[in-house]
Unconditional design. Structure first.
Length: 404
């Protein structure tokens, strides 16, 4: 597969229309300052909002977008999102979402075997998935504390705080992975391991899964690698976890809000995270009440692409990251933090500061991060449409102007 991928470009004129509308500069003064008393009607609203919503959006699918965990979305998901909005199904009840409920169960059934899990449900993001997992750990796993590394996502600390569980942060080794030598007794603990940390993309030693009262693996970013025969081994050990989080709106190319929480033993966990009420025909599982049919775009993508099509895009993104890192490593103007593990590449200029360098870059090409007090440039391979040569050209243009 080359850089051009028809799945991310509508076969209709919709994509061309969006591209054209994006070029209209928004007029900052044409939106009502206060809640309008009288509406202007739908057609006028489309004209009014197109330059703002489309023109004012970050171009996450551009060929030089390589900065964030937000992928371009395949056009089949645009159609499904439109159907979803039209039908407004509510996953709270089977009655208010008959096919959508079945679709979610089907997608869960298709994906759980890659992670050794037995079931689960969808959430509107991995922050919610992680909170759900820690809730299950507390009430089904009877854990009394949460242990995670310094590199864990802030949503883990947030979940511990909300659940009133003490949170212990374990030091990392020089590769930013949880260092097992700092682990004590785990018999009353929920151990959280990260498969693809947000800052550096590193993977904690997943062979620790199963050693604690409960093991949760936050695979929000790296999880989809499990579908790839080339990279699946990076996540070996995940099948011994009690729960796994995956963001479908990251490396499964889904529109927001789409994530999964999976459990190894759902029969045992589900009652602990379900509540009944007089107005409900069935208990409400998990944190969210009303929620939309995020499973429909995911189901459509998996049917349209198959596992292979999904993996081609993920593998391509990994290849782009590795290629980018090799070029950076060979360039005397830059210091590479280390070879990427899950498509996240960190580097910095050898001359001048990372902040000055970043300020001179066009926005969306790279992001920045801090690792042990040092500032780094960060690139994330969420975009299989990225053109590495174009990105290198932009990055080198800054460097040469700085050092001359
Ligand atoms: C992105 C991310 C999260 C949070 O996911 P959201 O979907 O943004 O709520 C949690 N953990 C890790 C490792 C992540 O990369």
């Amino acid at each position: 597969m080359n850089g051009y991928d028809h799945s991310f470009r509508s076969s209709t004129d919709l994509d061309r229309a969006v591209a054209l509308l994006r070029q209209i500069p928004p007029d900052p003064d044409d939106l009502p300052e206060t809640l309008p008393e009288m509406g202007v009607g739908e057609n006028r609203t489309l004209d009014l909002l197109a330059p703002h919503v489309l023109g004012g959006a970050a171009k996450l699918d551009a060929s030089d977008a390589f900065a964030h965990m937000d992928p371009p979305t395949p056009w089949i998901t645009w159609a499904m999102a439109l159907w979803n909005a039209r039908l407004n199904q509510n996953l709270l009840h089977q009655e208010t979402a008959p096919f959508a409920t079945e679709a979610e169960q089907r997608v869960i059934r298709w994906l759980t075997p890659f992670f050794g899990m037995g079931g689960g449900h969808m959430c509107s993001g991995s922050t919610i998935s992680n909170l759900t997992a820690l809730w299950a750990a507390r009430d089904a796993g009877r854990v009394r504390r949460v242990i995670a590394s310094k590199s864990a996502h802030l949503s883990i600390r947030k979940a511990a705080l909300i659940l009133g569980l003490p949170y212990e942060e374990i030091a990392t080794n020089k590769h930013q992975q949880l260092d097992p030598k700092h682990l004590g007794n785990l018999t009353d603990a929920c151990l959280v391991l990260t498969a693809g940390t947000t800052t550096t993309g590193m993977i904690d030693p997943l062979e620790l899964a199963g050693r604690a009262a409960w093991t949760h693996i936050d695979a929000a970013w790296g999880g989809p690698l499990r579908l790839s025969p080339t990279y699946s081994h990076l996540l070996n050990g995940i099948e011994a976890a009690d729960s796994v989080t995956i963001s479908a709106h990251k490396w499964l190319f889904q529109p927001k809000d789409s994530a999964l929480i999976l459990f190894r033993n759902p029969e045992y966990v589900t009652p602990a995270i379900s509540l009944s009420s007089g107005y409900l025909a069935e208990p409400n599982i998990g944190l969210q009440g009303s929620r939309g049919a995020a499973a429909i775009p995911l189901l459509a993508t998996l049917i349209a692409w198959g596992r292979r099509g999904m993996v081609e895009r993920i593998d391509r993104a990994m290849m782009l990251a590795n290629h980018f890192a090799e070029k950076i490593a060979d360039d005397e103007h830059f210091e590479l933090w280390g070879m990427p593990r899950t498509g996240v590449t960190l580097f910095k200029p050898t001359l001048g500061t990372t902040q000055d360098f970043y300020a001179s870059l066009p926005s969306g090409i790279l992001s920045t991060c801090t690792v042990q007090g040092a500032h780094w440039l960060r690139s994330v391979a969420a975009n299989p449409l990225a053109d590495i040569d174009k990105i290198l050209l932009a990055v080198r243009a800054v460097n040469f102007s700085h050092s001359s």
